[in-house]
Design a protein around this ligand. Structure first.
Ligand SMILES: C[S@@+](CC[C@H](N)C(=O)[O-])C[C@H]1O[C@@H](n2cnc3c(N)ncnc32)[C@H](O)[C@@H]1O
Length: 276
């Protein structure tokens, strides 16, 4: 089996069994704007740059443009605002795009937003000097086509950040505890790298630990988020709160689960590829 098919099948194995989905009071797959807005705010709160920011800044000349795919509230691109002329955000969620545009305004950088699902949205997205895409890969079953479309929109470089293991794997023990269900352990960042290689993109890689900044202002909202993901009713909140208590961290006034191992993958954009 090739790496792209293995990626797609491993992602499909995360499907929640239909009887659990049918009993869920709400859809489990939402991305809460508060969580990603606080990530974006934390990303610009300190002058420190992450390995992903550093790789993007290396390729971004003064006054250049950045395309942020699956931008959320802008955690991947806002740290580049001091050098960029324009940030373009693509996201499937209009609420995320509103949070992104508000933060770009506050940072004093021009922005454009495109509501749509990548790579379909690629047809209406402009090219940029640097394309960044953080924490979206595990939402992309066709990662090869997804990454090729990123490359076709990047003149100089693509920078992708993803967790070393599936973002939901931190809840695997909770699935066993509340549903008696073992969850998968693939795909991983290694698998993503294999897909990119197979697509001829030759990514470089740096592994590091992200500090886990961002989260919920109220502990009960973190509990509600976990409850949603686990397809449980609000009547289980006390039990959920007890189960997650040892892992909960309070950081800069926000409740979350702390740091995670992540990988930064970067590769040349289409102009840089032509030049080599
Ligand atoms: C986990 S969040 C990451 C947000 C941001 N990049 C960050 O690092 O904080 C994933 C975001 O990507 C968006 N998204 C997921 N799949 C997408 C796709 N195929 N095309 C466009 N947006 C997508 C979601 O709406 C969400 O805002």
């Amino acid at each position: 089996m090739n790496a792209a098919t293995a990626w797609r099948e491993a992602l499909a194995s995360w499907a929640i069994p239909q009887p659990i989905l049918d009993a869920a009071p709400e859809p489990p797959w939402v991305f809460p704007v508060e969580l990603f807005a606080s990530r974006a705010d934390a990303s610009t709160a300190t002058p420190d740059v992450t390995p992903s920011n550093r790789r993007a800044l290396e390729a971004l000349t003064e006054g250049g443009s950045v395309l942020d795919v699956g931008c959320g509230a802008g955690a991947a691109s806002l740290p580049l605002a001091r050098r960029a002329r324009l940030l373009i955000g693509v996201d499937a969620s209009a609420d995320m795009l509103a949070a992104f545009a508000e933060r770009a305004d506050a940072a004093g950088v021009a922005s454009e937003v495109i509501e749509g699902v990548w790579p379909d949205a690629a047809a209406t997205a402009p090219e940029a000097d640097v394309v960044v895409c953080h924490h979206v890969a595990y939402n992309a079953p066709y990662l090869d086509a997804f990454a090729r479309a990123l490359t076709e929109h990047a003149r100089r470089r693509v920078v992708m950040e993803l967790t070393a293991t599936h973002p939901l794997s931190t809840m695997n023990e909770l699935w066993v505890r509340f549903h008696g269900l073992a969850r998968p352990d693939r795909p991983t960042a290694d698998d993503a790298q294999a897909v990119l290689r197979e697509a001829g993109l030759e990514p470089a890689r740096e592994d590091w630990v992200a500090d886990g900044s961002g989260g919920f202002a109220r502990r009960e909202d973190l509990v509600a988020f976990v409850r949603l993901r686990l397809c449980l009713p609000a009547t289980r909140d006390e039990e959920i709160a007890r189960a997650i208590e040892p892992a909960v961290q309070l950081r800069d006034g926000r409740y979350g689960f702390g740091g995670r191992r992540v990988a930064t993958l970067w590769w040349p954009g289409y102009e840089a590829r032509r030049a080599t």
